[in-house]
Design a protein around this ligand. Structure first.
Ligand SMILES: NC(=O)c1ccc[n+]([C@@H]2O[C@H](COP(=O)([O-])OP(=O)(O)OC[C@H]3O[C@@H](n4cnc5c(N)ncnc54)[C@H](O)[C@@H]3O)[C@@H](O)[C@H]2O)c1
Length: 294
């Protein structure tokens, strides 16, 4: 998508961190922005922050695991801005821990938000992105943890590998529809991700006293936790500027942290080296037809 001006961007997890930075940068490039997030107080703050910068913004409370609410959010965005051109499936959470020490609730929460949320965003918005014929682009936020597995990050890895695979297939499927696709694979970014338990629903083992999708009013603890986020890592705004360039250039992989290059290369080399024997040329031709070259 070469021009962002006068487009509409719908951003999940838009109330903080990378999502809020994406809203800021794409609004600065002339887009109207819809920020959708489960965390009500952070959403209000983000809306005021963006309005103070002159952005045209709609803030919607949305739990990305709630499909009916996602459809209602899409309709609200279309009603306000006429069409949606850019979709950022960015909401995400993390429960670190070795796989012998995590629970089914941990799995269900992280997979539900990180992978299920992207599935829901794509399924909810594809008809709209294709419908208007004005060109569209989807950015799915994965992670460098979607390219290489890491000790103590098994659930997160499973969810983010899923986002990368889904995005590769989506790119191939959407080539003839004028819908570009990118997958964002950052390393460490200075955000509130380390306090993502603040958004964990009680039904999946969250603290009933903190924010969950079933409550309308987040506790003060929520924003205090988010404010206490570590400052290590790349700034979300620097990352969002890279995303803007990548969307304008229709670039698929957005890998912002070159310090992970050799680790990913090592993994990819191991995959390539593990293929033994000789290939059936007919099978190669059949498989190649399903894959869009990068
Ligand atoms: N921070 C990093 O180092 C890093 C690195 C790689 C990838 N990521 C990914 O970036 C994305 C954004 O995370 P961040 O780092 O900005 O963290 P963050 O916690 O600052 O932002 C995540 C946002 O998602 C929202 N959210 C959580 N659950 C939700 C739900 N069920 N429905 C709707 N919104 C929900 C949160 O309220 C929050 O506003 C995530 O997908 C994360 O996995 C982050």
């Amino acid at each position: 998508m070469t021009s962002i001006k006068d487009r509409t961007a719908f951003i999940t997890g838009g109330a903080s961190g990378i999502g809020l930075a994406l809203a800021e940068v794409f609004a600065g490039a002339g887009a109207s922005v819809v920020i959708a997030d489960v965390e009500a107080l952070a959403l209000e703050r983000a809306e005021l922050h963006l309005q103070a910068q002159g952005a045209s913004v709609l803030a919607l409370q949305l739990d990305v695991t709630d499909r009916a609410a996602f459809a209602a959010a899409r309709e609200a965005a279309i009603e306000r801005f006429g069409a949606v051109h850019l979709l950022f499936n960015n909401a995400g959470v993390n429960v670190p821990g070795p796989l012998d020490q995590v629970s089914y609730d941990d799995w269900d929460w992280v997979m539900g938000v990180n992978l299920g949320g992207v599935v829901n965003g794509v399924t909810t918005f594809l008809p709209e992105l294709i419908r208007h014929g004005d060109g569209a682009h989807i950015v799915n936020t994965a992670s460098v943890g979607g390219l290489v597995g890491m000790r103590g990050l098994g659930i997160y890895n499973a969810s983010k590998f899923g986002v990368v695979g889904l995005s590769e297939a989506l790119r191939a499927d959407m080539m003839t529809h004028g819908v570009g696709v990118s997958v964002l694979c950052p390393g460490v970014v200075a955000t509130a991700l380390t306090t993502s338990e603040r958004n964990r629903p009680a039904a999946l083992g969250g603290d009933a006293g903190s924010q969950a999708s079933t409550t309308d009013q987040p506790s003060e603890q929520t924003s205090e936790q988010a404010d206490a986020a570590p400052a290590a890592g790349m700034s979300p705004l620097s990352l969002a500027l890279l995303v803007l360039e990548a969307v304008e250039a229709d670039q698929f992989f957005i890998s912002s942290h070159p310090e992970f290059r050799s680790l990913v290369a090592q993994r990819n080399d191991a995959v390539i080296a593990s293929f033994g024997g000789s290939a059936d040329p007919d099978a190669v031709a059949a498989m190649s037809a399903l894959i869009e070259p990068f």
